[in-house]
Write a protein that binds this ligand. Structure first.
Ligand code: ASP
Length: 602
């Protein structure tokens, strides 16, 4: 290690002794060799400051006195990769930087090695200036150098390590399942991989390891988990990825409570990895209640704002529309929006327009004057004052007990329609009025999902979760009489209004599994060709079992405070399922196609 500065070298002669985040005041007087990217250069003529960056931090390096060294430092440009070595000194008073861990020291450099030069990057790495996402994704390697992605991917790593640790401690085995698989049904389109050696035949990339993990339970593995990549060829939606990562797990001899216990402990460990603590157990909310009270099966419980049933108020009122709705078997529901009582009449009327834009028939608003004599209904203003009358609106006030600052919104229709509409306003207005406690982590289980939903397009019932989900024992008889009323042993985990996981207790006997396929109008022949091996396996002694899959991308995004999962994935695809960096998907050579016995028609 000579002390003559070199200009260029392909192989570093220096050995890295510290990272760029390591040096402290206690290291003063010692020698260090750092390697990293030139973050910033400040050229003061006879004194040149160079900030060197790596994943661990930034360290200030200073070149002075030596002409050769100064000449070399002058040549440095942002994103050059360098090795520098010198003595650790205390920074001068005016350059102390308490904001960074290395802010008290600098390296008085004796040697600079340029390990690689860099073209001028298309955007600045050293500052979080806004850059279009397309450019960030095209030059992902540069974007990854920026603080935000460094922070997010380190968090992702900690989350996954914590998950593995927790599941290992809870007795789970990490077992890989095939990526070249047979199509498994999760309701989306499969990505197919043509087989070269079996002309005309295809593998499917797994939409989830569902059948394999169930087979692992049959195979006596008792507790399985995997950080599993899943592939779904879905229609484009803003924040979906064609491939995504799940913490997938399955437990033998499980009840929902057993799965909840495992996941609650797992989630606690995951939050700890982000220095957060959460309370367990999580509350449990039946699906029907979630829909009625929040208009959503993934309610955001960071704000109270429950939707109330006020059908009784309007059942025998003069307000014909609501009266008829109730008479026709529908409901009338109301939502109190704190703080929105001060809206002007035209602001409140705009909400009605908004409702219609959302596809609703209409929306009613009411608000009540300040406290004082006159009782409920005093000073009432409402979009239906004339049609409904002050007395009915007074009874509405009693039913929802709104204050002077509140605005009451009312909607009618089926339970799903009325609460669905109010649920959307609940979210929108909570956002607009700043009613969401942003620091809060509201975790809840949503349980007792319907087993089936009616698909108008397919003209048959489909599984709400997937066809391996068990019905609740008490609903088994209804399979013959009332499919719509059968509830499943299925559950979702919801965090701040986002679904972060879903699972179920599975069917473990063959006749019931067959019956469910039948009810789903999956023909015997179809069932045999798609899941014959699985139906057969169920005949050889199947432990009752259940599990869940948790969405890693979404969980990390929520912990990182990122709106898009693309910001917590190293190499995501765009919303149109394209990799802008590599250009995938792309055409392939005629030879490759020929080998695979494929012909394209474009
Ligand atoms: N396979 C399911 C999914 O990916 C999860 C489960 O039921 O465990 O959503």
């Amino acid at each position: 290690m000579g002390d003559i500065a070199t200009t260029e070298s392909t192989v570093p002669e220096l050995i890295r002794t510290h990272t760029c985040g390591a040096l402290r005041a206690t290291d003063m007087g010692t020698e260090a060799t750092l390697m990293g990217w030139v973050h910033r250069v400040r050229d003061l003529g006879s004194l040149i400051f160079v900030d060197i960056r790596d994943r661990y931090g930034v360290t200030q390096v200073v070149a002075r006195d030596d002409e050769t060294l100064l000449a070399l430092a002058k040549r440095l440009r942002p994103e050059f990769v360098v090795a520098v070595s010198g003595t650790i000194e205390r920074r001068s008073e005016d350059t102390l930087n308490p904001k960074i861990a290395t802010g008290e020291v600098e390296v008085a450099v004796r040697e600079i090695d340029v390990l690689s030069e860099a073209r001028r990057p298309p955007f600045q790495i050293s500052e979080e200036t806004p850059v279009s996402e397309d450019i960030r994704l095209k030059y992902r390697y540069l974007d990854l150098r920026r603080e935000r992605m460094q922070r997010n991917l380190q968090l992702r790593h900690r989350v996954l390590m914590a998950a593995r640790r927790s599941l290992d401690e809870q007795g789970f085995l990490d077992i890989e399942t095939p990526v070249l698989a047979k199509s498994t049904p999760e309701g989306a389109r499969d990505y197919l991989v043509p087989s070269r050696v079996h002309p005309g035949e295809f593998f499917a990339l797994p939409q989830s390891p569902q059948i394999f993990k169930q087979i692992l339970m049959l195979g006596g593995m008792d507790r399985y988990f995997q950080v599993a990549r899943c592939f779904r060829d879905e229609d484009l939606r803003a924040d979906r990825q064609p491939e995504f990562t799940q913490i997938d797990l399955e437990v033998s001899f499980a009840t929902p409570d057993v799965v909840f216990g495992v996941v609650e402990q797992l989630m606690q460990t995951i939050f700890e990895a982000n220095d957060e603590s959460i309370e367990i157990p999580f509350p449990r909310l039946p699906y029907a209640e979630a829909i009625a009270k929040y208009g959503s099966d993934k309610p955001d419980l960071r704000m109270a704002m429950e939707i109330a049933d006020v059908s009784g108020v309007f059942a025998d009122s003069d307000f014909q529309v609501f009266h008829d709705a109730v008479a026709g078997g529908g409901v009338v529901r109301a939502l109190v929006v704190p703080g929105a009582g001060r809206y002007s009449r035209s602001q409140a009327d705009k909400l009605v327009d908004e409702a219609i834009e959302l596809g609703a028939q209409g929306l009613v608003w009411a608000r009540y004057g300040s406290d004082g004599p006159g009782g409920p209904g005093r000073d009432v203003q409402s979009s239906i004052l004339k049609a409904a009358g002050a007395e009915t609106l007074g009874r509405l006030l009693e039913a929802v007990s709104a204050g002077a600052d509140d605005l009451v919104l009312v909607a009618a229709g089926s339970s799903a329609e009325a609460s669905g509409l109010l649920g959307q306003f609940r979210l929108r207005l909570a956002q607009r009025e700043g009613l969401i406690d942003e620091g809060r982590r509201a975790l809840t289980w949503v349980v007792d999902f319907p087993m089936f939903e009616w698909s108008e397009t397919e003209g048959r019932h489909t599984s709400m979760h997937h066809p391996f989900t068990a019905p609740r024992d008490e609903d088994r008889d209804r399979l013959d009489t009332d499919l719509g009323a059968v509830l499943a042993k299925a559950y979702d985990l919801v965090l701040n209004g986002s679904e972060i996981g879903g699972g179920s207790i599975r069917i473990h006997d063959q006749p019931l599994q067959r019956r469910i396929f039948e009810l789903l109008k999956i023909t015997d022949e179809d069932a045999r060709s798609r899941f014959g091996f699985f139906l057969e396996a169920l005949e050889f002694g199947t432990p009752p079992h259940g599990g869940i899959a948790l969405g890693v991308d979404r969980i990390v995004a929520l912990l990182a405070g990122e709106a898009s999962i693309r910001d917590v994935i190293a190499f995501p695809k765009t919303a149109t399922a394209v990799d802008l960096m590599t250009g995938a998907p792309s055409t392939v050579s005629p030879n490759q196609l020929r080998d695979l016995h494929l012909r394209t028609d474009s």
